[in-house]
Design a protein around this ligand. Sequence first.
Ligand SMILES: Nc1ncnc2c1ncn2[C@@H]1O[C@H](COP(=O)(O)OP(=O)(O)OP(=O)(O)O)[C@@H](O)[C@H]1O
Length: 230
Amino acid sequence: MNGIITAKDLSMHFGEKDVFDRLNFEIHAGEKVSLIGHNGVGKSTLVKLIMGLLTPTSGEITRRSVVGQRPLKIGYVPQFRNIDADAPLSIQSFVALNIGQSWHPWLTSSEKKRVERVLEQTNLTSIKNRSLALASGGERQRAYLAQALLADPDLLIMDESTASMDVDAKQAIMDLVDQVVTDKQMALLFVSHDLELTIKYTDRYLLLRDHQMMTGPSDQIRPDSLKGAE
Ligand SMILES: Nc1ncnc2c1ncn2[C@@H]1O[C@H](COP(=O)(O)OP(=O)(O)OP(=O)(O)O)[C@@H](O)[C@H]1O
């Protein structure tokens, strides 16, 4: 009923490579869902389809906002990596890159307030003028999260965003994500190989395996779910 993402008979092939066949699933408004599956099973491909960056080979995927007639807004937090270490930007300027200004290159006072609000939400206010290059891994992931939240998304996609972070930093960023998505009644799609985190922070899993999709309550994920079946 309140599906913001609906896949109907969704298939994706790359040439001879059959990634998945006739997937049917929904993500509902405000739902916390994980996307799991072993390496190379098609999680990133599915995320690109959800975001409208790829066209399916057959079937369809629809994005629908439950708020009026406007398009669904999706926020995306990428995998942690160090390649931004040289970006000559403060944390605040980096976050503001996603403001989507109109014709003018400066921020209006309401845009500045929006930036300040997400910096506050992600506990970055006290270090907003620090260079992104000097930020720790956890701080940099919070800056990506803040950037994604700036668009006030209906669906937040965390795409292996906690991979290669240490245990405390993973928990800290996920506690923050959990708080924000609950407060804002945002849907969460948490793509991860970390079953402990998916059980703790999501209610339902979507498991890609053998070109198919399975789903169920997160606390019923089986420990062997991520093993390759091919
Ligand atoms: N543009 C492309 N052209 C051809 N093959 C592709 C393309 N993109 C992905 N693939 C293949 O599709 C399959 C699924 O890849 P995908 O990156 O979606 O998997 P994944 O589950 O996200 O993997 P990982 O967990 O390792 O990130 C892989 O075999 C990959 O090599």
